[in-house]
Design a protein. Sequence first.
Length: 314
Amino acid sequence: MIQKQLRDKGIIAAAGSAFFLGLTPIFGKQSILLGFTPFAVVAIRTSLATLLLFAFLISFKRSLFYIYPLGLIGCLVAGFVNGLGSILYYVSLSRIDASIGQLLYSFYPLFVALWLFLDRQPISRITLLRLILVIPGVYLLISNSDKNIDLLGAALMIGSALLYALHLLINQRILYEVPAPSVTFYTLLSMSITVIAAFIIFKPSLPPQGTSWIPLLCLALITFLSRLTLFFGVKHLGGMQTSLLGLGELLVTMIFAQVFLHEHLDANQWVGALLICINMILVAYDKPTTVKRAGKGFLSWLTPPSISPTDFPF
């Protein structure tokens, strides 16, 4: 019963994360159109989100700053990986439409499955069925696009999805022992260091005085909320299930892109969106992936030594 309740909370958290993440390309694209460079967007939004989470934890739950050394290293690695992915994401977003970019980004569950296979983890039959269902849905959405896709921008977005999938599985290992807010904070902290370093190296300029910062500030708030709900979902559903449910962010992006960015879908593309919706419904019948705590997979180094429950302050 308790396990079912935690799973239900995980589904709600993952769905909430999907909603927030679906708004990310909307506000990100608006910020870029206002004159912010991709490096400025990713550096400012990630840093502000990290500061928000730091203020939240230090005000209400300081014990969550505790994390065992190997878990901290894992978070730093995950943050570095996702930081690089975020840079690719926003550079890509500066070259292609938000809706097209999110369509390409929605392939990340396939990459999660790839990483799971490389890490020698099991994949359920329903998960495979849902992956098969995703392919024609995304194909219909992409193949009916009436705009030419920038090939470099598309390649950068696919690279971002590949790195995002990897960071999900790294954090799934760590979440076995560590609360979601702790993993979120240290991963965001590592992401901030990575993207700020990139910002300094490339030295992009900020837009002229008087430019609206509202979309960028909204993006930072959304990043804070999405990361917190994302890792809570990963903790109770697993990386594979959270990523599949997270495909709902695609629909959020497509709807809001029409309202705020005036991007449109044709009938066949909406059929593809419907297939994505069916995929989301099937999450209720799928079982979370059981991560093997021992083995010879390439992520096996993240398995910590035996720790007594009394060692944790939470």
